[in-house]
Design a binder for this molecule. Sequence first.
Ligand SMILES: [Zn+2]
Length: 630
Amino acid sequence: MVGSPSRSDFSFSFLLALVWLSSTGPFVFGQSIRLRVDLTDAPRNIYHANLRIPAQPGAMTLVFPEWIPGNHRPSGPIAALTGIRMEAAGKAVVWQRDDVDMYAFHVVVPEGTQELSVSLDAITSADSAGGGGPAASSNLLDLNWNSVVLYPQGGASDAVEFVPSVKLPAGWKYGTALQPSNISGDEVEFAPVSLTNLVDSPLIAGKHYQRIDLTRGSETTAHHMDLVAETEADLAMKPEDLAAYRKLVAETGALFGARHYRHYDFLYTLSGEVGEHGLEHHESNDSAAAERTLLDPDVHMLYAALLPHEFAHSWNGKYRRPAGLATRNYQEPMVGDLLWVYEGLTEYLGNMLAERSGLWSAEQYREALALTAASLDYRRGRTWRPLEDTARSVQTLRMLGEQWSNWRRGLDYYPEGELIWLEVDSIIRQQTQGQRSLDDFCRRFHGGESGPPMVVPYQFDDVVHALNEIAPYQWASLLKERVGSTTARAPLGGIERDGWRLVYNDQPNLFTEAVGKIFKSADFSFSLGFSVAEDGKLQDVVVDSPAYRSGIGPGMKLIAVDGRKWTPAVLHAAIKAAQGTTAPIELLVENGQFFQTYPVSYHEGDRNPHLQRVDGQPDLLGVMLTPLTH
Ligand SMILES: [Zn+2]
């Protein structure tokens, strides 16, 4: 059922956790673990932490968070955990890692002691919460607390309390959803929080920092953007972007009708030195984009939907969460089968909110949608792997390379989830003659009573039930068909019901063009059948495409086209010249130390995806893209 359990149900599980904890192990429940993190070595990508864990004498097992919320997989950076030292009453205590569980540490707290002191270091050169790349640079840092904590094995994360504090590099300023209780120079202590709240509240800091108020009008809940960047110049937000982010906040209020946080912080890092990422939390999101995102219109367009996506997760993903992802602590495995709702619906809402708030124009929204639809329509792996299997396999699919991703499939529950929810929205609007929409579903499913963060888990049947309350339809069979299908074609029903069609022509798609400009790569997926990096490396080859049939594979390197050194312009010219002829395009390709010429038979010219209006059919997409606020 969809109705929200009351907030007291949440406290009930908290009480159960108390009973459990008080009956086991020497960890002293009711006292806080004091956690101090020294971040002054951040430019070298190592964080130093000390934990003071209240304990009674006896055997104890401490664990390092393994399953990280928002990552949906065992991405806790255990290999980066170093320098572990344990002490009691000033004397070293021997610890031993578990034989099988690499995240568990056994220790015996000696007689006559009441506290275990644990020192540890987190190496952050490969990030700390599942992104890619380092967590810190010379000028800024990102602290995910899961990388510097140990907690008693078996404890519910709601029931273990921490008093966290940090020492920042001299002069750096910070942003976090945590509330400071004491600030002294570069040292900040925060009010006590549960481990759940701590892991949910990352901290960013930097030399160049700006805090922006995003609250407007009658909004009573505080919203801020905390920006850090490599240089002061990167922080210069244009007035139209500021207005758009304020509108984004207002639009979510109108869309969901309730807020499940006390205050909200957009933690936004602009840097080419650290790993790009976006990680959702209840009261903040921790996102990192390119250094010139606020300055360069092309870069801005590529990242415009990032913050709307992560912000929408506060409702869809954090507050309402698939039961399989709502685990009791960070050692319990997660089940990802409903990620096409968690991520897919968020992808749909995030892109829609980017347009409604003015971060994207309607044309940019349509170009992004066309590229998504085309990419999925050319996804050959869909003939063997249903969408639901990509969600269930999140543990194995994340962070893999591009090679053969067209055949293997990747995290397709994001983009294909977007197409499915677009179709659901279209059907609701058509079934109710425009009286209702997915906006009404969001108000019912994600709205309710405003208040502090809480989790209301759901199952597949709850989603179906809520949809039927908005517009009766065969939702269960439609959704099961969509996520279980192994048909070759992508679900384009939403686009078609909305009065548009997916077409291909020789005009560049805005997004592939911007990516090409910025990253110097080129995308020929819908013509020859490959995408290629600046150095000629073939990122992926589409199975059954002309390039594939010629014998070319991903990982090989394109050297020359019809006898001339490869560049995107040379390849485009060759495709144009081959149009309407019968002669193959000759591609000289390097494979390790060996070279071979592959004749590719292709004569249909450049093909880039766009949406085109269908004459005489109402523009439902235009209605969907209309903002809810003024
Ligand atoms: Zn997401």
